[in-house]
Design a protein around this ligand. Structure first.
Ligand SMILES: C[S@@+](CC[C@H](N)C(=O)[O-])C[C@H]1O[C@@H](n2cnc3c(N)ncnc32)[C@H](O)[C@@H]1O
Length: 279
């Protein structure tokens, strides 16, 4: 006779069941939000709204983007999703405008240098990333010896930002590099303006995982007396633009960190286990 186990939880109430079903639909379909964002970037919607003076109707956009008029109602659905997800604003029915997020997706936008974050959207919503995510269950089931391949490596046989990715898909490799650069190039201007006092009295600094030194060069420009070491992996330092203002150190933070009064870790996901960061 089968053993009877005590129920692990009480049967949900009708109200809870209705809410649970609604939540299930929401969680199962919420991937449409990044897909709508990708669609907006690929169509050039933020740039079109910007060029139209900051606000646009659906028909303005259909004309500006040279879309078939028959697609107007469908564009309206995408625009509604973009508004509800905070990518665009609509203060008047049928009229759309940019918000700070979509401003970052306008071609050629400059804030402390090139600020467009289009590459991040294109990389993060690329088929390579999505296929890696879709392979998660298979990845969990595989019992393989260390070092564990990250889900991305497991599905594609290539590693993000490495030569293997360039061989697999040169175009996607380029987009991922552009995404990392777009990410790295933004933010330090705001930090220098808003957190200026942080750097006062500092004589030396190590930017740990400092990438190509963009952040360090911006700090030296604002505080020329600070001596800055930029530590990153050899493959990154090799490609860093030459600069007399900073001292590049090729290495691994798990082995040694150049001595300085302060160590900075900005947007760093360094780990000695690649699978932990999804690379
Ligand atoms: C997202 S980037 C951030 C770059 C930079 N901090 C910035 O904000 O512009 C992360 C950096 O960490 C570096 N990194 C990863 N593991 C590292 C390690 N073990 N030692 C040194 N650098 C490492 C990568 O090469 C990459 O350049």
């Amino acid at each position: 006779m089968a053993a009877h186990h005590a129920p692990t939880m009480a049967v949900p109430t009708d109200a809870q069941l209705i809410q649970a079903q609604a939540d299930l639909w929401r969680h199962s379909l919420c991937y449409f939000t990044p897909m709508a964002l990708r669609c907006a970037v690929q169509l050039g919607i933020p740039t079109a709204i910007h060029r139209l003076g900051g606000t646009a109707s659906l028909s303005d956009l259909v004309t500006a983007l040279s879309l078939p008029p028959s697609k107007t109602p469908y564009l309206g659905r995408i625009m509604r999703l973009l508004v509800t997800s905070g990518v665009l604003a609509s203060h008047e029915a049928g009229i759309y405008s940019l918000v700070p997020l979509s401003y970052l997706l306008v071609d050629g936008v400059f804030i402390d240098g090139e600020a467009s974050q289009v590459a991040i959207v294109l990389a993060a919503t690329s088929r390579h990333y999505l296929e890696a995510a879709m392979g998660l269950a298979d990845w969990f089931k595989k019992d393989v010896a260390h070092p564990l391949p990250a889900p991305f490596e497991d599905v594609h046989g290539a590693t993000i930002l490495e030569e293997s990715m360039a061989l697999l898909d040169p175009e996607a490799h380029e987009v991922i590099h552009e995404a990392v650069a777009a990410h790295d190039h933004m933010g330090i201007g705001t930090i220098l303006r808003e957190c200026h006092d942080l750097f006062k009295g500092l004589e030396s600094l190590t930017d740990c995982c400092g990438g190509d030194g963009t952040t360090a060069r911006a700090i030296v420009q604002a505080f020329p007396h600070i001596k800055i070491h930029v530590l990153d992996l050899p493959k990154v330092i090799e490609k860093a633009p030459p600069s007399d203002a900073v001292n590049y150190v090729a290495g691994d933070l798990f082995h040694s960190i150049p001595a300085a009064q302060a160590v900075m870790l900005k947007d760093s996901m360094a780990t000695n286990d690649k699978s932990e960061i999804g690379y």
